[in-house]
Design a protein around this ligand. Structure first.
Ligand code: SAH
Ligand code: SF4
Length: 364
């Protein structure tokens, strides 16, 4: 089947256009990249709206590539704090989402890298669906451009924290990051593109070897191997010492001043002093931030922490002498405010961790 034009990574466009028989492939690559990856062209008609694109060029393109939307908008919802969620239906019928969050520093779009996820973390709704599909680079970039267009606001940051494990769809995610960062695309700074991983050791090493410039956050959730294995089955194949050694190489070889460890806080699972001791011991020698995500209800046998429990946990975390951020759902826990904490930094209006919501609660 002909490749979809949006699925061709921007750096590969000149060669693909040359192969399609176009003269001046560099010129066309630049023009088409801007049209598709910046202005969000969805159809051949959008491409042909460029007065430079005559019938011969269009015919050559149509013979070599597919074009058209790869996603169907399947619903939207705006929360009280103006967080906006859009649902996107893929060609196979699966639904993924984007979530636009506003904070002091800009507008962050949370995107999906897979439909569902096969890794089965016990606290995560996406893990329950199971894996159904890897998104293509074109599907990912289209979701960003269309979410931005629907919101009518420029996206300043992109985080891969929607459905899926981004490092299990490594090539497509890295290509999408490259498109978002490219000067002929949205020109988003590499420091404003974040990939979040459950902790797949070989892929983290590959990320380092490839010298990927994007931020990489690790969903650590526990520095005790037994707890990790209990809540994250994939931890069995990715043991802590090797995982943290891989993160150390991210810090040292990619020269990252700070590593970010995400920590979903689940009462009676990973919030006691024993787990804080483990963090202190296992993370010694690294320079890191802990991003605490109070666990959100999703039907598992866990219980969401109360605000007092989160506060007590972050107070006990002070022992680690590292910056601690709390990510919470602005809509859900209106009572939280910067003034209520002392040493901690608070990220207001960020999402409540995982972003999957059942399609039923959205209106089309
Ligand atoms: N697969 C990747 C990225 C997607 S999940 C990863 O696991 O890192 C984004 C973040 O939300 C992860 O840190 C994940 O552990 C967390 N998360 C998943 N389910 C959650 C829930 N019910 N409540 C709070 N955070 C959750
Ligand atoms: Fe997959 Fe991440 Fe959810 Fe685990 S937390 S099941 S890796 S999406």
């Amino acid at each position: 089947m002909r490749p979809h034009l949006r699925d061709v990574p921007i750096p590969d466009l000149p060669a693909a256009l040359r192969a399609a028989g176009l003269r001046k492939p560099d010129f066309w690559a630049r023009r088409l990249a801007v049209r598709i990856h910046l202005h969000g062209a969805l159809s051949w008609e959008d491409i042909a709206a460029d007065p430079e694109v005559g019938p011969r060029v269009r015919a050559a393109l149509e013979a070599a590539f597919r074009m058209g939307p790869q996603l169907e908008h399947a619903g939207a919802r705006v929360a009280e704090d103006r967080t906006r969620k859009d649902l996107w239906r893929l060609a196979g019928g699966q639904i993924v989402e984007t979530v636009l969050l506003r904070n002091r520093k800009g507008r962050t779009l949370c995107v999906s890298s897979q439909a569902g996820c096969g890794l089965g973390c016990t606290f995560c709704a996406t893990g329950r669906i199971g894996w159904t599909k890897n998104l293509t680079p074109g599907e990912i970039t289209e979701s960003v451009l269309r979410a931005q267009a629907l919101a009518g606001e420029r996206v300043s940051d992109v985080v891969f924290m929607g459905q899926g494990e981004p490092l299990q769809n490594y090539d497509a995610v890295m290509a999408a990051c490259g498109n978002l960062h490219h000067q002929h695309g949205m020109s988003i700074s590499h420091r404003r593109i974040t990939v979040s991983t459950v902790g797949l050791i070989p892929q983290i090493h590959r990320f380092v070897a490839d010298r990927q410039p994007w931020r990489l956050h690790l969903s650590l959730h526990a520095a005790k191997q037994t707890t990790r294995e209990r809540i994250m089955p994939i931890a069995r194949k990715n043991p802590l010492p090797e995982l943290l050694a891989a993160m150390r190489s991210v810090q040292e070889q990619l020269e990252r001043r700070w590593l970010t460890f995400q920590y979903v806080a689940i009462p009676d699972v990973n919030m006691d002093d024993e787990h804080i001791d483990a963090l202190e011991r296992e993370l010694a020698g690294l320079r890191y931030i802990i991003n605490v995500i109070p666990w959100n209800e999703m039907g598992a046998e866990y219980r969401p922490p109360s605000w007092a429990e989160v506060k007590d946990f972050t107070t006990r975390l002070r022992r680690l002498a590292c910056p601690v951020k709390i990510r919470y759902s602005g809509g859900k826990q209106e009572g939280m405010g910067c003034g209520q904490l002392s040493a901690e930094q608070i990220e207001v209006a960020a999402s409540g961790g995982h972003l999957l919501a059942p399609p039923g609660i959205f209106t089309a």
